[in-house]
Design a protein around this ligand. Sequence first.
Ligand code: ADP
Ligand code: MG
Length: 260
Amino acid sequence: MQPHQNSLENYLRQLHLPTFVQNYQTYAQDASRANLSFERYLLALCDAEMAQREANKVERAIAQAKFPVMKDLATFDFEAVKDIPKQRVLELAQGDYITKAEPIILIGSPGLGKTHIATGLALAACKQGKRVRFFSAANLVNDLLAAQKDLRLSKFTTHIGKFDLVVLDELGFIPFTRDGSQLLFQLCSDLNERVSIIVTTNLRFGEWNQVFGDEKMTAALLDRLTHKAHIVEFVGESYRFRQRMQQEERLGRENKTEVS
Ligand code: ADP
Ligand code: MG
């Protein structure tokens, strides 16, 4: 390596321009071949550096969100669930609700794609540079209880309050203890109108009592959550179940034709 090359790479590293280091030689060859100006060459390097930074930022946001399973809205079959208006979901994915700190509530029986849609919306938010954190409701309650026990509840709540979007997946699957539901209620009140929440749940609103125990608290929570909420109801039969049935039907038909 030539001495000037060495110090150039050192400078570029010190200036935190790793994509320059990676590309400056090949781009220089391309630029001279294509007879590009020095400015055009520099612009191409800057473009690459900025694009890489943006990609890194999104990657960090996705890692920070801690999705249990990656799901994209693009892989959701909207044809399979006629009642879920694709246009409305795609509009939500633009992220206006996050700017306004509005909640989204996805209600319906298991297997209809609520977690898929919640993950897809949250992933879209990561791509828009939003700070996102995905929790199963049960895990979040456990984290809250642990934080309370270790006397770091307010630190934990402040940490959650810094996100732009918090997903609360599968609210209602496991009933909470009295302490647990109180902590979750407290957190939701704290985030209300500051941080957007996506809740997925198998419970109709009238059944939320079963999870939170206390009637007054449930009413107060519902009041906060449903005020300004985008509510999407999922109805029908489990997607995977339906797919399995269709597959079996297909196999049955094939076997019949083989026999005949
Ligand atoms: P829910 O949270 O409502 O119980 P999930 O989102 O976990 O349902 O869906 C169960 C599985 O079926 C997941 O693997 C999900 O990706 C898939 N799935 C459900 N509905 C659809 C759909 N309409 N298009 C594509 N995949 C779907
Ligand atoms: Mg789910």
